[in-house]
Design a protein around this ligand. Structure first.
Ligand code: NAD
Length: 499
């Protein structure tokens, strides 16, 4: 049976790459090869950017209502095709079908937000800043923008990027993860069907070379990157040196504090879901939990809760966690579990090599819990990106906050408590960008911006919400005075004041 190829999207056409370099897109639950993805050639990358540059000439002048209406249509198409999108996502990424719908849905929310662009891309006006003078701002699109996305949210994260960039009047070149590009391509088909004109949205595929070409391309004005810290730092440095505006959302090691006054059942459910859901492959997962005081006694209950989770193929009903993305990822996670043991952590629950009937070839690792974890151990210092939870103990809230603030990452965190005073102290003192209070995965809805901080983020502005309007636009400040024929001459003004 011939294996389908993933197409490039250049100037409104889905085209076959002429490259000689291809990679298999593999179902992580079965190892079935679903498609082959090309590594675009330099000519193809240049053609995508050239198409975007040409399309910008007219797209930037397209009325705001026309732009908004496309995203109204796109949200409808995504809703109509939700089942197909989720199934595609599960097949190539591995997460469960309900979680795949969640992935699409969190992106859909950004599309809905892009449909309100008329309210969002407003400038400011001050009337009579001097006699007969008004000052106002224009938020103008930048030109060709680019997005580079990771494997773990192949629907949501591309939808964080191209809808807001395009709604604000830019044109776009997207480079999806080469590990699971199929659902992203389906979303791009729907975007064209919704009315995005030729050249406004383009897609190239590839890995390091394609990313470097984006960082270096003289016609790309801004880059939004989401992925690991080492690649994001490279992208930020390289593209910034080339004068581009860059935002990089990167790796994480999110901690949750559990105070003994928390609602026990709710808290343990929340932690198990956030630590092991999506097989731990969320940047907002909870791989570290800090049990404070008496809450340390909850560890056996947490282990029992984790044991009850079902590991299977993402399409099997009742599955809690599916496979991890690749054999490489599986080997790395198993290697880190081995190091956790050799570095002295206590393995409370060993999820290695689970029995998964019907999916013997899948990249599975079940919920794994270590206690007695300390900084300096590889399982604490590295982002594992698998269903491995590190349990740490603290005597009190102050000690727990200090512990979290000493970790370099600043993506997300959460506290579980019934004390308003403790929660407020936590929100004030914790040095992390996204804070949950009895909410384990506090990813903000698109009315707000994604606000990771410290080592989890480079660049000042987040990828959606109000901040992204500023990211994708250049503010121009206009100071204007109009004379009619009867206005008397005011003489020469050699000062800088307006009079
Ligand atoms: P990754 O960094 O390996 O890949 C991200 C993108 O960079 C991909 O498109 C890939 O093709 C490209 N890339 C990979 N290696 C490269 C290299 N050497 N040079 C240039 N480009 C390269 O990340 P991933 O494994 O796909 O995704 C998981 C990571 O993403 C985790 O670290 C996770 O925390 C992070 N992430 C962060 C957020 C966030 O919002 N902070 C969200 C999702 C994922």
């Amino acid at each position: 049976m011939s294996i389908p190829t993933v197409k490039l999207l250049i100037n409104g056409e889905f085209v076959e790459s002429k490259t000689t370099q291809w990679r298999d897109v593999v179902n992580p639950a079965t190892q079935e090869v679903l498609a082959r993805v090309p590594f675009a050639t330099p000519d193809e990358i240049n053609a995508a950017v050239a198409a975007a540059k040409e399309a910008f000439k007219t797209w930037k002048k397209t009325p705001i209502g026309t732009r908004a209406r496309i995203f109204l249509k796109l949200q409808q198409l995504i809703r109509e095709n939700m089942g197909e999108l989720a199934a595609l996502l599960t097949a190539e990424q591995g997460k469960t079908l309900p979680d795949a719908e969640g992935d699409v849905f969190r992106g859909l929310e950004v599309v809905e937000h892009a449909a309100s662009i008329g309210n969002l891309q407003l400038g400011e006006l001050a009337n009579n800043v001097a006699g007969g003078v008004d000052t106002y701002t224009l938020l103008q699109p930048l030109g060709v923008c680019a997005g580079i996305t990771p494997f773990n949210f192949p629907a949501m994260i591309p939808l964080w990027m191209f809808p807001m960039a395009i709604a604000t009047g830019n044109t776009f070149v997207l480079k999806p993860s080469e590990q699971d590009p199929m659902v992203t391509m389906r979303l791009c088909e729907l975007a064209l069907q919704a009315g995005i004109p030729a050249g406004v949205l383009n897609v190239i595929h590839g890995g390091e070379d394609a990313v470097n070409a984006i960082c270096d391309h003289k016609d790309i004005k801004a880059i939004s990157f989401v992925g690991s810290t080492h690649v994001g730092t490279h992208v930020y440095n390289r593209a910034s040196l080339n004068g581009k505006r860059v935002q990089c959302m990167m790796g994480a090691k999110n901690h949750a504090i559990v105070l003994p006054d928390a609602n026990k059942e709710q808290t343990l459910n929340a932690i198990a879901g956030a630590s092991f859901g999506a097989a731990g492959q969320r940047c907002m997962a909870l791989p570290v939990v800090v049990l404070v005081g008496e809450a340390q006694k909850w560890l056996p209950d947490l282990v029992e809760k984790a044991k009850s989770l079902k590991v299977s193929g993402g399409t099997e009903p009742g599955t809690d966690l599916g496979p991890v993305i690749s054999r490489n990822a599986l080997n790395r996670i198993e290697g880190l579990i081995e190091r956790g043991l050799s570095e002295g952590a206590r393995l409370e629950l060993d999820g290695r090599k689970p029995n998964v009937p019907g999916y013997e070839q899948g990249n599975f690792v079940g919920p794994t819990i270590f206690s007695g974890v300390k900084p300096g151990m590889s399982i604490y210092d590295q982002e594992i990106f698998g269903p491995v939870l590190c349990v740490v103990e603290a005597a009190n809230l102050d000690e727990a906050i200090e512990f979290i603030n000493a970790n370099p990452n600043g993506n997300g965190t959460a506290i579980f408590t019934q004390s308003g005073a403790a929660a407020r102290k936590f929100q004030e003192e914790i040095d992390v960008g996204q804070v949950g209070i009895n909410v384990p995965v506090p990813v903000p809805v698109p009315l707000f911006s994604f606000t990771g901080s410290r080592a989890s983020k480079l660049g000042d502005l987040g990828p959606y919400g109000k901040q992204v309007i500023l990211f994708y636009t250049q503010t121009k400040t206009v100071t204007a005075r109009w004379f009619d024929d009867s206005t008397a001459g005011q003489g020469v003004n050699t000062t800088i004041s307006l009079k």
